[in-house]
Write a protein that binds this ligand. Structure first.
Ligand code: AMP
Length: 116
């Protein structure tokens, strides 16, 4: 059984967060330490620690994360200029919180894809 993180507490509203979207599969809230004018985290309500733990049963949830990202990008007004969706996996990927999250980052030019 995977260990819960602070994100489970945000989903259950046990700690405050600026939640911008929630449904039966996913929750989205603003990153506490934004790296751009728009920086939102989209997470599954079910605890899935990393991309390595995703199974075929999670396909609807993973798809929902993308459709919610698209909607939130529209709401934030960053669709036209563009934005970045990013999922870090494990230590070398720079993952700090072990509950899968998709970063939606936009509102400024982000430069080339970061590698290393
Ligand atoms: P990662 O490095 O991909 O695991 O990203 C974790 C992200 O979670 C970082 O961008 C943090 O700023 C963000 N974060 C950590 N704690 C919170 C919190 N309580 N509320 C909102 N964002 C958080």
């Amino acid at each position: 059984m995977a260990e819960e993180t602070i994100f489970s507490k945000i989903i259950r509203k046990e700690i405050p967060a600026d939640i911008v979207y929630e449904d039966e599969l996913v929750t989205a809230f603003r990153d506490i330490s934004p790296r751009a004018p728009t920086h939102i985290l989209i997470i599954p309500n079910k605890l899935i620690p990393t991309v390595n733990d995703v199974t075929a049963d999670d396909e609807a949830t993973m798809g929902r994360m993308f459709t919610v990202a698209r909607k939130l990008a529209e709401q934030e007004g960053v669709s036209e200029d563009g934005y970045r969706l990013l999922v870090n996996c494990n230590k070398h990927g720079g993952q700090e919180v072990y509950h899968i999250h998709m970063h939606l980052v936009g509102g400024r030019p982000l430069g080339p894809m970061l590698v290393g």
